[in-house]
Design a protein around this ligand. Structure first.
Ligand code: F0G
Length: 353
C-alpha cells in the first residue's frame, strides 16, 4: 500500500475536515530501526530503536507538523507564511509553501545555519531574511509580526505543528504494538517532546497502548536553559539545530518529563559528536549532529546505570546527516586521507590482497 502522508494516515486523530485541502509531500511513515550493534557497543542490555526522521521529504521531522500547518493555513485562506528557524523549519516551510501555492518568509540567524538547509530554502524560493541575532530573537520578531499582520506563523507555537508531529509517537506504537519504556530525543525549541507526549497520551486514551513511555529530552550543554533553569542569552553548541536559549515549549517540555517520570538533561558537544559518529559507523544511519543528542543521552544514562534489562528505548533521529555535510567533513579530517590509487598494485594493496 502506498503511504499517503500523515494527514490521511491518521485523519481521525487530527483537526482536519473534508474541507481541509491536504498539502502533502507524503511525509511520515519513517523507519523504526533496531540498533543492536549500537546497544552492544555501549554495553547496554536494552532493545534500542532509532526513529529515523531524516528520511522525511525535506530531511527532518518538521515535515509532519508542516503538512498540517500549511494545510490549515490554506484552509483559512492564508497567502503568506513566516517562521524563525535554525534551518529545518525553514526548509520544510519553504517546500510545503510551494506545494500549497503560498509564499514563505524565513528568518534565520545570520551565518549560523547549515548550508544544506539554506540551500533548501533557496531552491524553494522562500524569501530568506537573515537576523543579526540568534534564533530566540528571530522567533520573538516573527511572533510579534504574525499577531498583527495577515501572515501565518508556522513555528511550533502554531498548534497545528504539534498536532502533526504527534503522529511520530503513533507510528512508534503501531510498529511496536505498544509504547516503548523510554523515548529519547533532542530538545531545542521544545516542540517535538511536547508533541510526542501528546501523541502517546492520546494513544493511551484510545486504548492503543497500555502504558506511557518516560520522555527523555536532551539539550546541548551550551544551550540548556531548561536544565539550568534560566534563559541562556548566548547559546553555544556545534549542534546548530538546537542552539536555542529560550525555548517556546519550555513549560510543556517540563510537564512531559515530569508527568512521564522522565527527565530533561544535557549532553556536551563531545558526547553529541561521539554519538553522531557511532550511529553512522555501527548502524548505517547518517543523522545531523543535533539529532544525535538523544543517543548521547542514552549513552550518558547507561553509564550511570539507569536502564533495566530489556527496557525498550526509542531515540528519534530528527534530521538527515546530509543537511550538514560540511560539519561531517570538518570533523572527519583523518578519515578523509584516502590515498591516491595510481595502478592495480596500489588498488590491490588498498583492498588488503
Ligand atoms: N533536531 C533537529 C534536527 C531540529 O532541527 C530541531 C529544531 C530539534 C531537533 C529540536 O526540536 O525545537 O521541537 O525541540 N529545529 C528548529 C528549526 C528549531 O528551526 O528547525 P524542538
Amino acid at each position: 500500500m502506498n503511504w499517503p502522508g500523515i494527514i490521511e494516515a491518521y485523519r481521525q486523530f487530527l483537526p482536519v475536515s473534508d474541507k481541509t485541502p491536504v498539502v502533502t509531500l507524503e511525509e511520515g511513515g519513517t523507519p523504526l530501526l533496531p540498533a543492536p550493534r549500537l546497544a552492544a557497543h555501549i554495553g547496554a542490555e536494552i532493545d534500542l530503536y532509532l526513529k529515523y526522521e531524516g528520511v522525511n521529504p525535506t530531511g527532518s521531522f518538521k515535515d509532519r507538523g508542516m503538512t498540517l500547518a500549511i494545510s490549515k493555513a490554506k484552509e483559512e485562506g492564508a497567502e503568506k507564511v513566516i517562521c524563525a528557524s535554525t534551518g529545518n523549519t525553514s526548509a520544510s516551510a519553504a517546500a510545503y509553501s510551494v506545494r500549497g501555492g503560498m509564499k514563505a518568509y524565513v528568518l534565520i540567524p545570520k551565518g549560523k545555519i547549515s548550508l544544506g538547509k539554506l540551500a533548501q530554502a533557496l531552491m524553494h524560493r522562500a524569501t530568506i531574511l537573515e537576523v543579526a541575532g540568534n534564533f530566540d530573537e528571530a522567533l520573538s520578531l516573527v511572533t510579534e509580526v504574525s499577531k498583527t499582520y495577515p501572515i501565518t506563523l508556522v513555528n511550533s507555537i502554531n498548534p497545528f505543528r504539534l498536532q502533526g508531529q504527534k503522529t511520530a509517537a503513533f507510528e512508534v506504537c503501531d510498529r511496536l504494538s505498544e509504547a516503548p519504556t523510554h523515548h529519547f530525543l533532542p530538545v531545542g525549541n521544545a516542540g517535538n517532546i511536547t508533541a510526542y507526549w501528546m501523541g502517546y497520551k492520546e494513544y493511551l486514551k484510545n486504548g492503543k497502548i497500555s502504558h506511557l513511555p518516560k520522555m527523555m529530552g536532551f539539550q546541548a550543554a551550551g544551550a540548556a536553559p531548561i536544565v539550568l533553569g534560566k534563559v541562556v542569552a548566548e547559546p553555544k553548541t556545534i549542534a546548530s539545530a538546537i542552539r536555542i536559549g529560550n525555548p517556546a515549549g519550555w513549560k510543556t517540555a517540563q510537564e512531559a518529563a515530569l508527568e512521564s517520570q522522565g527527565k530533561i538533561d544535557m549532553v556536551t558537544d563531545e558526547e553529541i559528536i561521539a554519538a553522531y559518529r557511532l550511529i553512522a559507523e555501527l548502524e548505517g544511519v547518517f543523522c545531523e549532529p543535533a539529532s544525535a543528542a538523544g543517543v548521547a543521552g542514552v549513552i550518558k544514562l547507561h553509564q550511570q546505570g539507569y536502564f533495566k534489562k530489556n527496557d525498550q528505548v526509542v531515540c528519534t533521529l530528527t534530521g538527515h546527516g546530509l543537511k550538514d555535510a560540511d560539519f561531517c567533513l570538518k570533523t572527519s579530517a583523518k578519515e578523509k586521507e584516502t590515498g591516491i590509487v595510481k595502478d592495480k598494485k596500489d588498488l590491490l594493496q588498498a583492498l588488503g590482497f
